[in-house]
Write a new protein. Structure first.
Length: 94
């Protein structure tokens, strides 16, 4: 399984396009983070997939991901007041 986290300038209603790996915004400006989860396996679907981010975001994706399948999380918004270097993690069961 792989996880790609991107950031977009401003608030998003959905995560359906790739954002940037890093951006520069003013202090307190709105940014939206999106995570794309991909089942990199070739034989088993993955279920109970949960994405956790240290910024306070956790989401369990609905359904299962077939081999090669991908799904975006919902966007989660932040108003950073300083430089943020963030990471996220993903777990699931086969």
């Amino acid at each position: 399984m792989s996880l790609s986290k991107t950031v977009n300038d401003g608030d998003l209603n959905s995560c359906n396009t790739e954002g940037e790996e890093g951006i520069t915004v003013g202090s307190g400006d709105d940014v939206s983070y999106c995570c794309l989860v991909t089942n990199t396996g070739t034989e088993e679907s993955l279920c109970s997939i949960t994405v956790t981010d240290p910024l306070g975001f956790t989401e369990t994706l609905s359904g299962c991901l077939a081999p090669g399948g991908s799904a975006y999380t919902s966007p989660f918004d932040q108003n950073p007041t300083a430089t943020q270097d963030t990471s996220a993690s993903v777990v699931g069961t086969g």
